[in-house]
Design a protein around this ligand. Sequence first.
Ligand code: HEM
Ligand SMILES: CC(C)=CCC/C(C)=C/CC/C(C)=C/COP(=O)(O)OP(=O)(O)O
Length: 308
Amino acid sequence: MTILAPSDTQALPADWRDFFALTKPRVMTLVIFTGLCGLLAAPGSINPVIGFTAILCIAIGAGGAAALNQWWEADLDAGMKRTASRPLPAGRMQRSDARDFGIMLSAASVVIMGLAVGWLAASILAVSIVYYAVIYTIWLKPRTPQNIVIGGGAGAFPPMIGWVAVTGDVTLMPALLFAIIFFWTPPHFWALALFIKSDYAKVGIPMMPVVRGQASTRKQILAYSILLVPLAAAPWFIGGTGAIYGVTALALSFAFLGLSVPVAVRRSEEGDAMKPEKRLFAFSIVYLFALFGVLVVDRVAAQYGFSW
Ligand code: HEM
Ligand SMILES: CC(C)=CCC/C(C)=C/CC/C(C)=C/COP(=O)(O)OP(=O)(O)O
């Protein structure tokens, strides 16, 4: 099968703000934060300049992959209200410029990571870029309602990259951090997809609520949320963290589960300003920031002798 690249259109000259927008800066804050937390929670130490370089490379690589995602999806983005004002669908940029920008950032991030930090971290970064830009965006997203379940792997790599930048090897702890984000992604995204369902249906993307329906999606959100409870606490169970992390992870995960139940049973009050799925989506972001934040707090506390 031949995959044709989207062609160029007449576009207005883009400025730096459009290039910055191509990196999906708001979404990538959490990607960068989880990468930083992976780096700070890892055993051992790293030269601050090299540590900063590692995080910069995760940011540049994630931004490059996001630019490639938008280069490929310019036509789809034009058909959805949420994405129509992005630089490409709004006609502020040439498609080829977005593609070249994405390739340049991606390549630079991997090479700099390899030379300055290490080639294992660089290889995992390269895999995550290809995973997001090619496996998820080009291959899975238009083909299967399991797109984000499998595609969730792309966004789960950053803490592992941060960890590996310090330790130089992949052990059970970074694998667990990967698994937490991997199983967090379906409830995170399907909660959103439940209230923007019609947008994806319009452009023919087989997102779960469109293909399997709302009831099935709601049940699956609950199933992943249940799984997150033991999984998020697993770093504590295996002795990789102290109780500061473990107890907070359990509290956060039960709160997450508590917000998933009304989504699963469609319980929303008459005149409820914020639907349960909107509430769950918003909390999913707070959840991951807090979970990875407390991972670092736990490690710092242990270093200062505060551990239960
Ligand atoms: C395949 C996996 C994922 C999909 C399909 C997805 C999809 C989305 C979508 C469509 C939005 C709405 C905002 C927008 O228009 O860009 C969003 C928001 C967000 N996502 Fe995800 N996401 C995924 C994974 C992740 C991961 C792994 C992270 C970070 C670890 C993340 C962090 C965020 C954040 C922070 C926001 C809020 C951005 C804002 O405030 O506008 N997402 N996500
Ligand atoms: C280091 C590295 C490469 C990290 C990548 C991180 C990653 C995969 C994040 C995924 C988050 C994201 C923006 C999904 C949007 O899905 P979409 O693109 O389908 O959403 P859209 O409908 O808004 O375009």
